[in-house]
Ligand binder design. Structure first.
Ligand code: ATP
Length: 367
């Protein structure tokens, strides 16, 4: 297996569309790296440049320490699994998996060994004689992955491989791909716009927007320490609350003051916010860090705000509340036993240890 490295990589289509801008990234050997971002942010282009399917406008791509800019896709020792896995309909599962090796003139018994081993890993040994149309979506997906495994490549590239599957199967395949990663000890670069896929599978997440990498980090860091408003808003469901605010000095220290409420800044954050006193900021708090006071552990008065419940969404394991607080709408993910009723008042408690503060100009995180 191998490391993949991007150094100041740009892709400009037709001298005008800057699809990837100055990407710098290391995909460590045996790691599972997910490129995550909304449609059009440049994920697929990045993956295709690694594969060699797209020319690099500027910069260098290394595989296993060697520059591959001018290396043909077939000589890069990578295997790609696409969203439309395009199995050959007239071939059996066995033939589909063997096809690439046959083209490369592998000996028959070696092909047989590899196909059977891959089929065993993927649990599709009993399907080898079937044609693709006789398979379920998940089984077809496994065959597509099998086609990549038999090649025993240095690097696996996945481009939204689960997006054609239904929700339940996606969850199952997610777990299977994760297991497969451990089992093969493979280096994987995986593209998705689904933040849950990224959070659950990645060792490292690369968040992209408009062709530019916004942040690279492990799932914990990306979730808990987003570098800017975009990352903070993209990861997490429902998304983080953002409220225009000012940091003000008040009783006992610093406070976050919005048009409709005031909550206390924890002592730990006061030094970091010292330069922001009386300045405009964006206050951020995740819905899961806003509690219905009735179910909050040791609620503090200084972190409690009163609001008017606008919408109640019971989800079984939790309830989502949309609450009007002053001029702002706050989303809270609360205990499902909440008594909150639409049109009634509620006290919300903010876990201020989990608060975020952003610079409204640069959109970068301050806290
Ligand atoms: P999606 O999730 O929708 O596939 P993506 O993040 O993978 O999106 P890319 O497919 O990499 O995004 O596209 C990045 C940008 O480059 C987009 O603005 C797209 O329109 C543009 N683009 C992609 N391919 C070409 C091309 N062949 N010629 C011109 N522009 C292109």
């Amino acid at each position: 297996m191998a490391e993949v490295r991007l150094e100041h990589v740009w892709k400009i289509y037709d001298n005008k569309v800057e699809a990837v801008k100055d990407a710098n990234l290391t995909v460590e050997d045996k790691s599972f790296v997910v490129l995550l971002g909304p449609s059009g942010c440049g994920k697929t282009t990045t993956l295709r440049m690694i594969a060699g399917l797209e020319e690099i406008t500027r910069g260098k791509i290394y595989i296993d320490g060697k520059v591959v800019n001018d290396v043909e896709p077939k000589d890069r020792d990578i295997a790609m699994v696409f969203q439309n896995y395009a199995l050959y309909p007239h071939m059996t599962v066995y033939e589909n998996m063997a096809f690439g090796l046959k083209l490369r003139k592998f000996p028959k018994d070696e092909i047989d060994r590899r196909v059977k081993e891959a089929a065993k890993i993927l649990g599709i040994e009993h399907l080898l004689d079937r044609k693709p149309r006789q398979l379920s979506g998940g089984q077809r997906q496994r065959v597509a992955v099998g086609r990549a495994i038999v090649r025993d490549p240095k690097v696996f590239l996945f481009d939204e491989p689960l997006s054609n599957l239904d929700a339940k199967l996606r969850v199952q395949m997610r777990a299977e791909l994760k297991k497969l990663h451990h089992r093969l000890e493979a280096t994987i670069v995986y593209v998705t716009h689904d933040q849950v896929e990224a959070m659950t599978m990645a060792n490292k997440i690369v968040v992209m927007r408009d062709g530019r990498i916004q942040q690279i980090g492990d799932p914990y860091t990306i979730y808990n320490k987003p570098a800017n408003i975009f990352v903070a808003g993209f990861i997490g469901s429902p998304p983080m609350n953002f409220v225009n605010a000012k940091i003000v000095r008040g009783e006992g220290g610093l406070w976050v003051q919005t048009s409709g409420f005031k909550v206390k800044v924890p002592k730990d954050f006061e030094d970091t916010l010292a330069d922001w006193i009386d300045k405009d900021v964006i206050f951020g708090i995740r819905p899961e860090n806003v509690y219905d006071k009735m179910f909050a552990f040791a609620p503090k008065e200084e972190n409690t705000v009163e609001g008017l419940v606008d919408v109640v969404e019971p989800l079984g394991s939790e309830t989502i509340l949309h609450v009007k607080v002053g001029e702002d709408m706050i989303t809270a993910k609360v205990d499902p036993k909440t008594q909150a009723k639409e049109g009634q008042k509620i006290d919300l408690v903010f876990d201020m240890e989990a608060m975020h503060v952003f610079d409204p100009e640069s959109e970068k995180a301050i806290v």
